[in-house]
Ligand binder design. Structure first.
Ligand code: PLP
Length: 352
């Protein structure tokens, strides 16, 4: 997809299981940190030294390997702009810069590539929705500037092996980037950070929206070797993270117990979804994220509507490549998952 991002709608007050959010909320310490800001801190431009240092320690990399961004969306945009700029500097060979997007994929890759005048090269999904390594390798051309790899993937929850990522990183043209989007890292622990040692063209994206529940504060981080990050740094505005996000992020990183408890809920919730799918006889994908993709079949649209009528929002992914008849539901807070599954079973087990 390229064009404008279409924000999904959900009526206020419902159970929001359609955007992979942390429906348990952020740590109370985040709210305390924001409340503790004084008038001067709101009036002055924010300082980032402490939050950068603490984030780097948390991520286990040197501070100059990190770039804080206003949500990972901004990191994706920065990488796309930097890749397009590198294309222009290299002469471009009369072609537009290409981004390879293995499908199904998060919409922002297409949106950002379109915004910089680039070409989205979609790679068709495999039937099992596993990472289409062969298709990605086939799609690589001299005009390839960026390859998006999402692990675990959204909307499938499917994880990508480090071997596959390394194969892609070794195959792209000089100067091209491999953007490994690890928005859902917290829920499986997988990371491509160790690849940075041998593959300087790899850029890893993280968000604190999901595990840490800071989606509305907007806080993310891009991790790469300093020389790789330099062109992205030139894209991101100097005060991109506002002071509430910076203070909230520091508090969230310190409250590891809050994160751990949510991850535990996610693990239990995923198992509950799998068990329900087996009971009802629905195909599902084992997920490394805080959501599960379920193949409901022809009744997917009706299920989404009937759940919405009960104030439970899940996402119809039927329009995504390879996802006909699929819905994606957040599997986070156990009580929320149970409510959704009970309604889902009632609807699906009633006569059609
Ligand atoms: C794969 C993926 N990448 C990036 C993002 C954006 O993260 P943020 O909210 O930090 O901009 C999301 C959000 O849902 C996502 O699913």
């Amino acid at each position: 997809m390229s064009g404008e991002y279409q924000r999904p709608f959900a009526e206020a007050g419902g159970l929001r299981l359609h955007l992979n959010e942390n429906t348990g909320g952020c740590s109370p310490r985040v709210l305390d940190a924001i409340r503790a800001l004084d008038a001067g801190e709101i009036a002055f431009y924010p300082e980032y030294d402490e939050v950068v240092r603490e984030t780097a320690v948390y991520l286990g990399v040197p501070p100059d390997w990190t770039l804080l961004v206003n949500g990972l969306d901004e990191g994706i945009l920065a990488a796309t702009v930097a890749a397009a700029q590198a294309h222009v500097i290299r002469g471009g060979g009369g072609e537009r810069p290409e981004s390879i997007v293995p499908q199904p994929a998060f919409d922002m890759y297409g949106v950002c590539t379109g915004a910089v005048g680039g070409v989205v090269v979609d790679v068709a999904p495999r039937r099992d929705l596993a990472f289409p390594l062969a298709g990605v390798l086939d799609a690589i051309r001299p005009a390839t500037r960026l390859v998006f790899v999402t692990s675990p993937n959204n909307p499938t929850g499917v994880r990508v092996t480090l071997d596959d990522i390394a194969r892609v990183a070794g195959a792209v043209p000089a100067g091209a980037l491999v953007f490994v989007d690890e928005a859902y890292h917290d829920f499986c622990g997988d990371t491509a950070v160790p690849l940075l040692a041998d593959h300087p063209n790899v850029v890893v994206g993280r968000t604190f929206a999901k595990g840490h529940g800071l989606a509305a504060l907007r806080a993310g981080c891009v991790i790469a070797r300093p020389a790789t990050l330099a062109p992205l740094r030139r894209v991101v505005p100097p005060y991109s993270l506002n002071v509430c996000a910076a203070a909230g992020l520091r508090a969230a990183l310190r409250d590891t117990g809050h994160l751990r408890a949510y991850i535990e809920q996610v693990r239990t919730s995923r198992d509950l979804v799998y068990a329900a799918c087996r009971r009802i006889g629905l195909e599902y994908w084992e997920s490394g994220a805080n959501f599960v993709l379920v193949r409901v079949g022809e009744r997917a649209g009706a299920l989404v509507e009937q759940l919405a009528a009960r104030g439970i929002f899940v996402r119809d992914r039927t329009g995504d490549p390879g996802c006909a008849g699929c819905v994606r539901m957040t599997a986070g807070v156990v009580e929320h998952t149970e409510r959704c599954l009970a309604a889902m079973e009632e609807i699906l087990c009633a006569a059609p």
